[in-house]
Design a protein around this ligand. Structure first.
Ligand code: NAD
Length: 355
């Protein structure tokens, strides 16, 4: 029996509610796949600030680095919005990613057949969409120096080194090998020198993956193509800022932010979390959709532990819950046979796994 140690960071707002459901589902998959999961909780975000005066206590970093993977809920809320920037929950999250060295953010955007009507695009455009944005997470313009501002001028710098591009490119090609073997690298090489380096290095790395078809696209065109014909994409490889924007755009193809998981992967450890925030407007009401977090737990099994059968069991159970017409409040108007609470949705998915 294989055992894995998971750091649980529930965070703020709906974070604790959705993590509890993911744990319920993990425990169900553990019993039927002969796996053992042990959990250690750590504080981060507003709750950590309230407890210790620091949104990212050192203990949380230690617990995370001593685990096999981190399952993360969400942080933040209006209560902490007026704190100095370095004390705010969001600063803790950026620091967390940097400390853990998670350089690759994987965001799948899948449109479930049962929810084609939930997308803001026409069903024939989104039916069958299954793409993965691979975004570089700890470099580029969000971290580049010099940066600064005076009264009348502000500046940031987009920097990428060869090594940073090499490691994210390998990640994208490896993922493409497990999917439809297509990588589209997104840049702005017609204008930016940093993008020309990106394009050259990605092209070089592609030679090591002869089975994968590589194409390049300018980011402005990619933003348009994602809406025009999203099914043309399999893996979209991007830098930090372009990926930030494109992955949010891609997430809307699926209909609800409550459905979409993500993984942030590094050399040491991976962090698995829903793409949404702490949703303070619905926290404590038992109506949050836990599917994004449950699907993040599935990504953890797939990418951190290589437990593909267990991950597939979770994904199949999610699809089954949706195809049987179970919906949380956010999707209640899309062919719901039964509207269920956060905890009911977790139990339904866990039960499908157990059967
Ligand atoms: P949000 O993603 O929390 O919420 C946006 C909207 O989507 C809200 O109406 C919310 O109710 C809804 N929503 C989000 N998740 C849902 C779910 N699982 N089920 C049903 N509905 C859901 O974004 P926001 O309102 O801009 O931010 C709220 C707080 O979250 C802020 O403090 C922000 O900084 C923080 N935040 C944290 C993360 C993170 O922890 N990774 C990411 C984004 C935002």
């Amino acid at each position: 029996m294989k055992s894995y140690k998971i750091a649980l960071i529930k965070g703020d707002g709906i974070g604790p509610e959705i993590i509890d459901e993911a744990v319920k589902v993990l425990d169900a998959v553990a019993s039927c796949c002969e796996l053992t999961f042990s959990y250690e909780e750590a504080l981060m975000g507003g709750c950590a600030y309230d407890f210790s005066g620091d949104p990212l206590p050192q203990e949380t970093i230690n617990i995370s680095l001593n685990s096999d993977a981190v399952l993360f809920g969400a942080i933040g809320g209006t209560k902490w919005d007026n704190l100095p920037r370095e004390k705010r929950p969001e600063s803790g999250l950026l620091r967390f990613r940097k400390e853990l060295g998670v350089y690759a953010n994987l965001r799948p955007a899948v449109v479930y057949d049962e929810l084609v009507n939930a997308s803001s695009l026409k069903p024939n455009i989104v039916k069958g969409v299954d793409l993965m944005v691979v975004r570089e997470l700890i470099g580029g313009i969000y971290f580049g120096e010099p940066k600064g501002r005076t009264q009348d001028k502000g500046w940031n710098t987009m920097v990428y080194t060869r090594d940073e591009i090499v490691r994210i490119a390998h990640q994208a090609f490896k993922i493409a090998m497990t999917r439809s073997k297509k990588v589209c690298s997104i840049d702005k090489a017609n204008v930016l020198d940093v993008s020309q380096l990106w394009r050259d290095v990605v092209t070089e790395i592609a030679e090591q993956y002869p089975e994968v078809e590589l194409s390049h696209m300018y980011v402005d065109n990619a933003a348009m193509q994602l809406i025009r014909d999203p099914k043309q994409f399999d893996v979209m490889l991007t830098g930090n800022i372009f990926g930030d924007i494109l992955s949010d755009e891609a997430s809307m193809l699926s209909g609800s932010i409550g459905l979409l998981p993500s993984a942030s992967i590094g050399a040491k450890i991976g962090v698995y979390e829903p793409i949404h925030g702490s949703a303070p407007d619905i926290a404590g009401q038992g109506i949050a959709n836990p599917i994004a977090t449950i699907a993040s737990a599935s990504m953890m099994l797939r990418y951190a532990f290589g437990e593909i059968i267990a991950a597939n069991k979770i994904d199949d159970a999610i699809k089954r819950a949706l195809s049987e017409g179970y919906r949380t409040q956010d999707l209640a108007q899309f062919d719901a046979k039964e509207v269920c609470s956060t905890s009911e949705m977790g139990s339904i998915i866990a039960n499908y796994i157990a059967r």
